[in-house]
Design a binder for this molecule. Structure first.
Ligand SMILES: *Cc1c(COP(=O)(O)O)cnc(C)c1O
Length: 386
């Protein structure tokens, strides 16, 4: 097999990026380890504890020193999360916790989960798997969830309210403290999806984490802005008791129970997450946030100068209305671009590999294609004799 992965040079819409060199090296070293069997693979299981401790620090979660992330019950406090295969698994598991907690065995109506329309499509997978009804509520003109709409649809069947901290399409942050109060009013859990935003939000003044609000569970992915190798997602829980909702007995392993969704898991993901966070938290991530945010604001103003409508980048993600013909011509040139769900806007995710130099090359291509297409339009107009 001689295939090589694509270069990141022209990848502008992905939420993944080149792993940090230390993360790449750690991933290779731990390829043949399985944190799903902590009794056997002790070193990587300990690394997972380190990963959860740092993720907790990033997300304002007070973790008890006696915590133990492996479900082997050696310490009193129990795990505060685990390294998932990604944001999707973290979201599925968070809703699974909420459903388990809401089910009092009385056979009441199906539990519901309230999500903003800006929520990631993984919540639809979760609802399908878990037989939960999603109540999708609209966002306001600011592209954040409409709190009145959330208040209007929560009731005794609500198992969880979801807030997005860094939405996939527009990089918006829902009002998390207010959502926490609403969830509390009906005894539902608050889940925050910071899968993408979690590694940039600490350097902003948004209120998004366990220390800011009554957050119960959170998705936060090292394999996106965290610069870890894929797969490395994160599920954090406010208290170990919440993870117990997920625990099943594991008869043939050395450990006694497992709260994860998958069984065998990637030790490479765990080790690379620890390596990336050791290298980069907090200063490296802060520097990267500043670079990415500056690039997003620069790109937004360059596109506005060219007459395109641009959604203000609150986080390092720009959404701009480019004509379909231009979008397609740019893709023909090899630019990896995608559009928002309503097809209205092209997304530019200013990940670490999206440097100013690469954006300059992109804009030069955009200008050339624009000039070529107006020259072609001029020729057509001329040949019609007008
Ligand atoms: C990317 C993303 C997800 C899904 O994460 P995967 O790692 O692709 O499973 C969920 N939520 C948000 C907000 C995301 O940006």
């Amino acid at each position: 097999m001689r295939a090589e992965p694509q270069s990141f040079d022209r990848v502008l819409s992905s939420m993944c990026t080149e792993p940090h060199p230390a993360a790449r090296e750690a991933a290779e070293r731990f390829l043949a380890t399985n944190p799903g069997d902590p009794g056997t693979y002790r070193t990587v299981a300990d690394l997972e504890d380190d990963a959860i401790a740092t993720l907790g620090e990033i997300a304002g979660l007070e973790i008890d020193a006696g915590r133990d992330g492996n479900g082997d019950g050696e310490h009193g406090e129990g795990p505060s999360g685990y390294v998932t295969s990604g944001g999707t698994e973290a979201n599925v598991q968070a809703l699974r916790i909420a459903r388990g907690r809401a089910d009092d065995g009385s056979g009441r109506a199906r539990p519901t989960v309230v999500v903003p329309e800006s929520a990631h499509f993984s919540f639809h997978k979760a609802a399908d798997l878990l037989r939960i009804d999603l109540e999708v509520v609209p966002t306001t003109a600011a592209r954040r969830v409409d709190l009145d709409a959330v208040r209007a649809c929560v009731d005794e069947n609500t198992a969880a309210v979801v807030g997005v901290a860094g939405s996939t399409e527009y990089g918006r942050v829902d009002p998390i403290p207010e959502l926490g109060a609403i969830a509390d009013s009906v005894d539902a859990l608050l889940h925050v999806d910071a899968a993408w935003g979690g590694f940039v939000l600490p350097f902003t003044d948004h209120e998004w984490h366990f220390g800011h609000a009554a957050v119960d569970t959170m998705a936060i992915d090292p394999h996106k802005m965290g610069q870890a190798a894929v797969p490395a997602g994160g599920l954090l829980v406010r208290s170990a008791a919440l993870l117990d909702e997920l625990a099943v007995d594991t008869p043939y392993l050395e450990s006694t129970s497992q709260a994860t969704l998958t069984g065998t898991r990637s030790g490479a993901g765990v080790a690379s997450a620890v390596a990336a966070m050791e290298e980069l938290w907090p200063d490296g991530y802060r520097d990267q946030y500043v670079r990415s945010q500056n690039n997003a604001e620069w790109l937004a103003s360059e596109l506005e100068d060219r007459g395109y409508e641009v959604v203000d980048p609150v986080l390092p993600l720009v959404a701009a209305s480019l004509p379909t013909s231009l979008f397609e011509a740019l893709r023909e040139e090899g630019w990896r671009l995608s559009r928002t769900g309503d097809d209205e806007r092209v997304r530019f995710v200013c990940m670490p590999h999206v440097t100013r130099e690469r954006l300059e090359v992109f804009l030069a291509d955009l200008d050339r294609l624009t000039a070529e297409s107006s020259a072609a339009a001029g020729v057509r107009a001329g040949s019609r004799g007008d």
